[in-house]
Structure formats: C-alpha cells, structure tokens
Design a protein around this ligand. Structure first.
Ligand code: ADP
Ligand code: ZN
Length: 216
C-alpha cells in the first residue's frame, strides 16, 4: 500500500509515520528530510533551498517532482511508500497521480491529522530532533527518555526554521496552497480524518486500525 500522511507543519506527521514505517515495513518519503539533506550538503542547490525554506515558502514543483520520481520509480519501494509532507499543492498532487500511474501504483489512503494553529505553535517551538537517528521529540510533550541511548544531549537539535514567526508563515502557506489538496483526495474518497491533538499513542492506534483494514 501507498499512503499519504497529511496535515499542517507540526501536526505530527513525522512522529506518526516513523511508527507506521516500522510496523508495516514501509518506506518514508519525506520531502522535508530530502530537502534538509540537500541543505546540509551545502551544495549550490542546497544554499538556494535553505533561503526558500527559512522564509516559510515552498520550493519549486520541478525540483520536488524530480526528487519524488527517483523514489516512485524504484522497484524496492513499489507499493510501500508513506508520503510525509507531500503533495503540498494541487499541481504536486496531480504530478504524483501521473507518476503513480506511470509506475503502476496508486494511493490507498490519505490520513489527515487535524490540529489547530495554537497547538502547532507550541509543538514547533518545542520540537527537537536527534541528528544521529532522526527521532523526533518535544521538550514539553515528548521529552527524550534515558532508555534511548543514541539520543544524547549533544545530538538533540532544534531545526533552524522552528520558531513562532516561521511557524505562522508555514501555517498560512499550508492553508492557502496545501488544504485544497484535501478536496482533491476527498473526491477520490481516500481521506480519513484523525484528531491530531490527541496523545501520540492514541493517534497511532487509530491510524494502525485504518491500515489493518487496507492490508486485510
Ligand atoms: P510534522 O512532521 O507534521 O511537521 P512532527 O512529527 O515533527 O510534525 O511533530 C511536531 C512536534 O510535535 C514534535 O516536537 C513532536 O514531538 C510533537 N508532537 C507530535 N505529535 C504530538 C502529539 N500527538 N502530542 C504532542 N506533541 C506531539
Ligand atoms: Zn538518536
């Protein structure tokens, strides 16, 4: 199965997809992570991407589409992709549809995490990520626990773009460009709404129950 995890920045998409990837042996395609990898490599492209991302805007569709095709065309990932943070606008959604057709695949489910801007501000300002293993934590809601030996203080980093002002700008971009994507998938009857303000494990079980139905 291929699924999309959908919601505003800070909704918990990364947190949830990390659980689901393990449980269902999926491949997580996070355009945010792919872009940040490019930024960290400090290539000319990476530097250009950095200024766009840090202003809260979206990078060009062509660039994103070429990153996506590399993954969708890879036979190792066929029918086991979880799209996290993509598609971000209608043209990306249409492009994804074309690509999936080309490689004889489809989207089976869109999980939509619904979260208000107030909650998002708190989540984003508290977000910390382990630079070694990529695990996502939150200073306030989900602090690192001692049993995770990997994620020691030196590795726990805030993202450059995680501050309140950028969070608000990203949320506005989401409402304007990304929410219309929901109608696109609603018309295809693929969307399941989930209360993204619930506890992490509650949300996770709900998503797992949807996926079990698809797999059955
Ligand atoms: P996204 O991938 O949608 O941008 P993340 O998964 O990175 O969101 O989560 C954003 C922040 O909110 C992280 O700090 C994460 O630990 C925290 N978080 C995620 N889900 C929840 C939840 N259900 N309750 C409280 N905090 C959460
Ligand atoms: Zn770690």
């Amino acid at each position: 199965m291929n699924i999309i995890i959908f919601g505003p920045p800070g909704a918990g998409k990364g947190t949830q997809s990390d659980f689901i990837v393990k449980k269902f042996n999926l491949f997580k395609l996070s355009t945010g992570d792919l872009l940040r990898e490019e930024i960290n490599k400090k290539t000319t492209l990476g530097i250009k991407i950095k200024s766009i991302v840090n202003s809260g805007s979206l990078v060009s569709d062509e660039l994103i589409n070429s990153l996506i095709e590399k993954i969708v065309s890879n036979i190792n990932y066929k029918n086991r992709i979880i799209f996290d943070g993509y598609p971000r606008n209608l043209s990306q959604a249409e492009n994804l549809n074309k690509l999936l057709l080309k490689y004889e695949q489809k989207i089976d489910l869109v999980v939509r995490l619904k979260v208000s801007l107030d909650v998002i501000k708190k989540r984003i300002t508290g977000r910390i990520v382990c630079s070694k293993c990529g695990k996502i934590y939150n200073e306030f809601f989900n602090p690192p626990k001692d049993e995770h030996k990997c994620c020691q203080k030196d590795f726990l980093k805030k993202r450059d773009d995680d501050n309140v002002d950028v969070a608000i700008k990203r949320y506005e971009t989401y409402e304007k460009s990304t929410e219309p994507v929901l109608d696109y998938y609603n018309k295809m009857n693929l969307v399941k709404n989930v209360n993204g303000e619930a506890k992490i494990d509650v949300i996770c079980s709900e998503i797992i129950s949807f996926l079990n139905i698809i797999e059955a």
